[in-house]
Each structure stands twice: as C-alpha cells, then as structure tokens.
Write a protein that binds this ligand. Sequence first.
Ligand SMILES: CC(C)(COP(=O)(O)OP(=O)(O)OC[C@H]1O[C@@H](n2cnc3c(N)ncnc32)[C@H](O)[C@@H]1OP(=O)(O)O)[C@@H](O)C(=O)NCCC(=O)NCCS
Length: 176
Amino acid sequence: MEGRKLPLTVGESPLDAARPVSWSQQTMTHLASPIDVNLRGSVFGGVILALVDKIAYVCATRHADCPTVTASFDQVDFRAPIEIGEIVTLQASVNYVGRTSLEVGVRVSAEKVPGGSPRHTNSCYVTMVALDEAGKPQPVPRLIVEDELQLRRYQDAVERRKARLALAEERRQRRS
Ligand SMILES: CC(C)(COP(=O)(O)OP(=O)(O)OC[C@H]1O[C@@H](n2cnc3c(N)ncnc32)[C@H](O)[C@@H]1OP(=O)(O)O)[C@@H](O)C(=O)NCCC(=O)NCCS
C-alpha cells in the first residue's frame, strides 16, 4: 500500500457508494460533573466508555447512513485520570470499513479550564455494524482515505482487524 496515490478508496462493500473520512468525523465535548466522578473526584471509566460509544455511533451512522450497533470495543487503557470540572473532548473518525462493519477510532483528551492545556487520556477502537430494517448486517459505503494520517490509521486498523478475527477463531476452536 506504501507509495499508493491518495485519495484511495478502500472497503469490501459491493455498494458503489463511497464517502471520505472527513464526511463523518465528529468532535464532542463534555464537562466532568459531580455525577460522573468517584469519591476521589476522578471520572469513572464507564462514563468515558459511554461517551465513546455515543460518538462512535454518530460517526458510524453518519458514514453508513443507516442505524449501526456496537459489536466490540478493543482493549481500553486509561492513561491518566480526568478530574471533576475538566472539559473532556472526544474526536472520532472512521478508520476502516469492511463489508458491513466499520472501525471507529476515538481519541479522548481532558483539559482544565481556564489555564490548562489538553492532555491525551485514552484512545479506543470501536467496531460498529450497520443494520437493515430487519436487524441484519448490511453493506456500508466504501471509505475514501484522503491523506497520510488517514492512510496510517487505515493500515493500523487492518492489522487490528486481523488480530481480532484470529482471536475470535482461537476462542471458537477452544470452545468446540
Ligand atoms: C454485531 C452483530 C449485528 C453481528 O451479527 P452477526 O450475525 O455476528 O454478523 P456477521 O457474522 O454477519 O458479521 C457482520 C460483521 O460484523 C463483524 N463482527 C461481528 N462480530 C464482531 C465482533 N465481536 N467484533 C468485531 N467485529 C465483529 C464481522 O466481522 C462482520 O464484518 P464485515 O461484514 O465488515 O466483514 C450482532 O452480534 C449483534 O446484534 N450484537 C449485539 C449488538 C448490540 O446490541 N450492541 C449494543 C451493546 S450491548
């Protein structure tokens, strides 16, 4: 893939439709409030995951142009606590599309206001699946990768998908 000319259209969908990454990119902010925090005043991990799930839904549904559901979250590591009163910013982007699934990458940062500067607290990779009216997976538009950053994210997502499928197969064999 190195040396390929951009923009590049990727995906396994039989649909002709294709949308650029920028079409569905999202930003969301949240003020960390008393209801979000533990007794130490740090935001619960589950609160962050709920925000990640919501922005991933908006991003994936905008790309797919139909309802989507969360199929999986990759492992999430919380690198730094988020304190009450901080502004939490989430940025979401479609990294990869398969036939009916999409990987959405979400970057979370937090910032004291006034006077603070944003620090990266965690990143999550969420797999969303597009559904038809009967609730069955349906094809999603292909993805137009427009720049080097998007290409790197796409290539990393391809590797994560391979690892996910290999793990699922390993678990399936262990159970059978
Ligand atoms: C997600 C769901 C629709 C997948 O249904 P399914 O019958 O397994 O569908 P398929 O086997 O045809 O897979 C469809 C796509 O999902 C992907 N997928 C399925 N399970 C996955 C998982 N656990 N992790 C990542 N991707 C997954 C497949 O790789 C496939 O992608 P592709 O079409 O791009 O190749 C189904 O498991 C479901 O409805 N789960 C509940 C979703 C939900 O309620 N989420 C809210 C959180 S509780």
